[in-house]
Design a protein. Structure first.
Length: 176
């Protein structure tokens, strides 16, 4: 199954000010997230940013806003992002998911997406948890629940589909 650009949207789950610093290896994670979001923006993939209980966890970190070009977020109190995001993704088949924490909001979003008939695509190098063991468990469980696993660079090239174009040159600059 090829993930096609015109049938794809992305959920950017809870990269928030009070949460990011607590995540294992958060600096490297945020660099990969920056690459993913810049690439998705270049590919014109619609992105939806969510925030879990903004009053308590703060706003999304500046890196998310800068890389994605998004200016709005959806606030949620449910761990899963599906309910608040569905109006924005309802016409897409493949939903890329990145975010934190992997074993909580990200995993529950993936489970609900699969249950609602979407194909969740978990960008495994763009998810994080406070403990690496929780992140690893979330990846295993997401796969059991039907998620397609990928990496940021792999999905950008899959969505790109071909080399030798101005867009492929732009993606190459982003990933290098």
């Amino acid at each position: 199954m090829r993930i096609e650009r015109e049938h794809t949207a992305a959920l950017i789950v809870d990269f928030q000010e009070r949460l990011v610093p607590a995540i294992a290896d958060h600096e490297a994670l945020m660099e990969r997230v920056r690459i993913l979001l810049q690439g998705l923006k270049a590919l014109e993939i619609p992105m939806t940013v969510t925030q879990q209980y903004t009053k308590g966890l703060g706003m999304s970190v500046p890196e998310v806003w800068e890389a994605s070009g998004e200016t709005e977020y959806l606030d949620k109190i449910s761990f899963s992002a599906l309910e608040v995001a569905e109006p924005k993704i309802h016409d897409k088949k493949y939903i890329l998911v990145c975010g934190m924490e992997a074993h909580c909001c990200v995993l529950q979003t993936v489970i609900d997406l699969a249950g609602a008939g979407y194909v969740p695509v978990l960008v495994t190098d763009c998810i994080g948890s406070r403990r690496e063991s929780d992140r690893e468990m979330a990846i295993r469980r997401a796969e059991q629940e039907g998620a397609v696993l990928t990496s940021s660079e792999a999905i950008l090239f899959e969505l790109l589909k071909e080399a030798g174009t101005p867009l492929s040159k732009e993606i190459l600059k982003i990933v290098k």
